[in-house]
Design a protein around this ligand. Structure first.
Ligand SMILES: O=C(O)[C@H](O)[C@@H](O)[C@H](O)[C@H](O)COP(=O)(O)O
Length: 245
């Protein structure tokens, strides 16, 4: 891959951000001639993006047939549960656009969390065609990530052993949460041509500023893709100072 770059764009509001990322993803998918693998994030910020991609404006030109959908993390709940990231993307986009069912690869949430993580790891390794990640041949074309106010991204939560995981591609995370989560680990997140953080809201301003200043130990600041790193940020999250309420 080429040199790692870090691009930072500020958009006026969440709707403008979703539109910008929809354009950006569509352009990247159209420019690729082959399979295009996307790792999706949960959370509220990307939902508008998914809804937008499914509208006629984008859907008509989006190359659905050769785009393959994966999830960066998931709550260990049934796929029809309100907290399911798969369900959110299904409702926002997958049932509304001409997505071939065989292109959809949700994280399994049956059996035990450990077993589900192993199965998803195998799914990713089959898609990749190997178990060794080659930096010149990234697994994903686009990886979408969110940022928590505590600095987490995907389910790479502060203080969790999963932050040190370099062997497993997918891990179960349980500490202090009502339900377990399954998450991709750094090596597989980093195996991306493009990683994009989508960050909106004033509650993210402090952590975002800390990360941008460098030297932060936040999990999100440890993402180092083999390809390019993009930050799509709305005005509220980019604000320099937190204004009093
Ligand atoms: O499933 C999830 O919740 C995510 O993977 C998580 O990492 C999320 O992206 C951030 O918590 C930001 O979430 P918001 O976009 O909702 O603020």
């Amino acid at each position: 891959m080429g040199e790692t770059s870090d691009r930072y764009e500020i958009l006026p509001d969440p709707a403008a951000l979703a539109r910008r990322v929809a354009e950006w993803m569509t352009a990247a998918a159209l420019a690729a001639k082959d399979k295009f693998r996307v790792s999706l994030s949960g959370g509220s910020t990307p939902k508008t993006l998914y809804q937008l991609l499914a509208t006629d404006e984008f859907s008509a030109r989006f190359p659905w047939q050769r785009v393959f959908w994966y999830w960066g993390d998931e709550r260990f709940v049934p796929h029809d549960h309100p907290d399911s990231n798969y369900r959110m993307v299904r409702e926002a986009m997958l049932t509304k656009a001409p997505v071939p069912p065989e292109n959809i690869h949700p994280i399994p949430t049956d059996g035990s969390p450990l077993d589900a993580a192993s199965r998803y790891e195998r799914t990713l390794q089959e898609a990749y065609g190997g178990k060794i990640l080659d930096p010149t041949r990234p697994l994903f074309d686009v990886t979408l990530l969110g940022l928590g106010a505590d600095g987490h991204t995907a389910s790479l939560l502060p203080g969790e052993p999963v932050l040190e995981e370099r062997q497993r591609w997918v891990a179960a995370v349980s500490h202090g949460r009502p339900e377990a989560r399954i998450t991709m680990t750094y090596p597989v997140i980093d195996s991306s041509r493009r990683v994009a953080f989508l960050v909106t809201g004033r509650e993210k301003a402090t952590i975002l500023r800390t990360i941008r200043a460098g030297g932060s130990a936040a999990p999100a600041s440890r993402v180092r893709p083999v390809g390019e790193l993009f930050w799509f940020v709305d005005q509220a999250a980019a604000s320099e100072e937190r204004r009093p309420d």
